[in-house]
Structures are given as structure tokens and as C-alpha cells.
Design a protein around this ligand. Sequence first.
Ligand code: SAM
Length: 503
Amino acid sequence: MLAPVAPSELQRLRALCQEAGYTDRGLLALFGPIELPTRAGRGMAHFVHLTREGRRLDILVRLFLLGLPTPHQVAAEALGARLLEDCGAWGLLEPHQDRVAARVRLLPYRDLLLAADQAEYPEIAERPGQVMGITASTVALANFAVRRPVEEALDLGTGCGVQALLAAVHSRQVTATDTNGRALEFARFNAALNNRTNICFIQGDAFQPVRGRRFDLILSNPPFAISPRLRYFYRDSGQPGDSFCRRLVREAPEFLNDGGLFQMTLDWVEHVGQDWRQRLAEWFEGTGCDAWVLRLNCETAANYAYLWIRDTEPGDSEQTARLYEEWVEYFEREAVEAVSTGLIAMRRTGAARHWLRLEEAPARIIGPIGDWVAQGFLLRDFLEANSDEQLLTAKLRLVPEARLEQEFAAREGRWQSVASRIRLTRGLPWTGNLDARLAGSLARLAGQRPLRDVLVHLAIELGVEPDRVIAASLPLVRDMILRGFLLPESVPAVSPGEQPPLP
Ligand SMILES: C[S@@+](CC[C@H](N)C(=O)[O-])C[C@H]1O[C@@H](n2cnc3c(N)ncnc32)[C@H](O)[C@@H]1O
């Protein structure tokens, strides 16, 4: 459907979009932080209104983002006659009565321009092989990925190619796989559109196309929905429950170099009376990897089915109602109480012992956090390698992004502190309760004095035995190291450029 086109040809389209402001920043300025309509027609009036001025950007948005048929003459003015014709030949546009309509959606994301299906239209929405654009899970994985320079990266389930294209910037070579040939067609087109030449695309199931190879980074945003049957390739694996994601976790280590990372988005089922940590811990046993799981969200089974139906089915037809019922019945049959959404990072190492960290993610993760994920691995390694006695000799430093908040209540005629919390303003924005006096001492940690000195000083101030203060503080200090509030000398701070401070 999309013609193979040389990157040099496609640069004219990219340059025109950039000049017109058809970029992620340009769209943010035009619409504000609002979700685009998810179904043809729904909410369209608002977007039509916001693009009423008829500038080149407005026309490009109507054509390529909203999928609205546009008079030939108007499209020709925006694109130029030659590019308009080329877009037809490349498979992006087609005649629609006396107008032209986009056969694909063009999505600006970061510095990329990506072609994906116009999935809002019923005839496309019901195709099993439709190729999804940028969704919440796409963004979650793109933000989660550790962006250090690597030799070989793999994007498993590449879809429109977005993760592969992002990885191509910091990898010498990227391999991108998908079972859906149509997805690979889009991904190849997008590689050319964005002039990325170091990606090789292979069709096949899971790790089968890369048997015998090893990677430094494997990214996967797989078809993770927990659904009754395979209806869309991008959404459903066709395997029971979360077994496809479990399989990826179990197989990934075989394809990782030592020190290599596997990072994945996923959903997992929760059964009545079973702790999610206990259930997931089994997935990682014997993998030869350190593993970190962040749970982002948890929905009741019925709500989960409702959200997928709302976001992926064309309308409120009888068929949609039947699909919803089928979904809910499936959950009842399988005793699924809830479904959680999360992120997994695994690192292969030759060590005899491996650690496992399973926890709730902090609320409000915004923007790329890859550098903090990499730092999280180093911090956990540091804690594993150092006994309490060794920790007391460490010279820790409080990071500048730490903020202390105190809460006061009026008691006996004056404001008295009733709670204090510490939080981070960048990266993984953890928060935690912290005794105000200990917090006062931590402010003195600037990488110069051993931890023991600072805790002994606190004990003297409080008039308490130093050993008591040390014993009470060490678990907290460990937790604050784990979450990146306190850094040992061996772990570098994340550079300030990576992510703007959270408000
Ligand atoms: C959720 S989409 C992710 C697309 C893209 N990587 C992203 O991050 O937005 C999942 C992709 O995995 C592909 N897929 C489905 N089953 C697969 C399998 N068994 N092996 C490899 N890829 C598969 C689908 O065709 C789809 O393109």
C-alpha cells in the first residue's frame, strides 16, 4: 500500500511539515495538551474550529491528522502541485470525490514524523492488521528506555517503527521485528521518511527472527492486552492472559549480551486474593537477570474491558456490546479480578545472585526517565554490595532535586509541624515521609563526611545513644539511596539537560 520511496524524495515532505510547524511542538501550541479525537466525527467540531484560519499548518492538520477530505485546490496550495502528486504516488493521499483524503495519518512525535493508519474510520478500525500510531504505551516505553550508546538494539513488535527509529539515534544497528507485514511496510516507510538508515526489518513471531543473536538493548511494546481472543494484532497476542508477556520475559535473556537491558511495557492479570508481587516474582526466577518492575496503574476487570472497548472499537453498536460482554465473561471465567499496567527492565549479568525489585511507580512520571532507570540499577547494585557497616563509611550526597515539605497544624495556640515529606522534582519523582530531624541531618550530606559522622552528630543533638539513631536511620537511608535521593560517590548524578524540573 505504501510505496518504497528513497529517503531523499521524502525529505521534501518532512521539510515542508517542519517549516509549517507540523511538529509535536507546533501541535501543542495549536491544540494545547488535549487528546485528539479517537473516532471519526467525535469531537471533530472542536478541531475544525481550531484549524479554521486556513494556514498551511491548519490544512496539513485537517488532511493528515484529522483525516478530513480537503478540496484539491486547497491541498495543492499547502503542499505544492508536485508534492501533492507525489503523496498520491507514495500511497499517502487518494482522491475522494472532488477532494483528496489521507489514507494514512502522519503523526509528529519528538523529532520524528510517522505514518500510521487512520484508525478512526470504521473500514480501517476493524482490520486486524491496522497499524497503530502513538499511544500511551508507546510514549511510556519511549520515556522509559535507557538511551545510552549501544552497538545492537532490537525492537520487538515494531508497529509503525517508532521505538526502532528512536533507538537508531543511539545504536549502531537496530533490528525491528513484527508478525504483521503491514506494520513492517509502515515502519520501512517511516525509516525512509525520517532518514534513518541503520535499521533492518524482519517479519516473524517474538524472538524467532533473531535466533542466535544477542543485543545490548531490547525494547518491546508487545500486544499486551488481556483479552478474550485475537482481534487486533497490535492489541492482542492471541495467547491466554498475560502468557505472551511472561514468555518474552523468560526468553529475552538468551538474546541479551552481558550487561544488556530488556525493557518492556505490559499488562498482567491479578487474581482474587493473590499479591501481584508474588505472582510476578516467579516470572524472573532463573533468568540470570536483575529485574525491576514498576506498576503504573491497576483497573478492575470490568473497567479494563470498558476502556479497551471504548478506545479500540468503532462505535456503540450491538456488536460492540457483545464484545464487551464476551470480555467480561472471559474475566469471570478466568477469575481475573483486576489488571495492572507496568514497565519491566531486566539486565543480564553473569553474577551468581540477582536482585528483583517490584514496586508501585511514583505518580506523575513526565518525560524521559531513562537516565534515572540506568541510575536505579547502579544504586541497587551499590546497596547489594555494601553492608550496613560499609554504608556508614560512605560519603553520600543529597541530590539538588530533593525538596522537603512540612505540614503544620494549629495546636495549643501555635503552628506545630505534624508531618514532613521529601520528594524529587526530576526523574522518577518519588515521595516519602521523613522525620524532620533526620531530614535536617541529611541536608548536611554533601559527599564530604562519612554517613556515620552525620548520624552521630544527630544523636548528640537529640541526646540519644548513637547506636539507636544509627539503627533507626539505616533502613531509611537505604531506601533513600535506592530512590535516588542520596547518591554514593560511585554513582554519577543525572545531567540537568535530560528532563525539565516537574512543577
Ligand atoms: C502495541 S503494538 C506496538 C507498536 C510500537 N512498537 C509502539 O511502541 O507503538 C504491538 C506490535 O506487536 C506486533 N506483534 C503482535 N504479535 C506479535 C508477535 N507474536 N511477535 C512480534 N510482534 C508481534 C503487532 O503487530 C504490533 O505492531
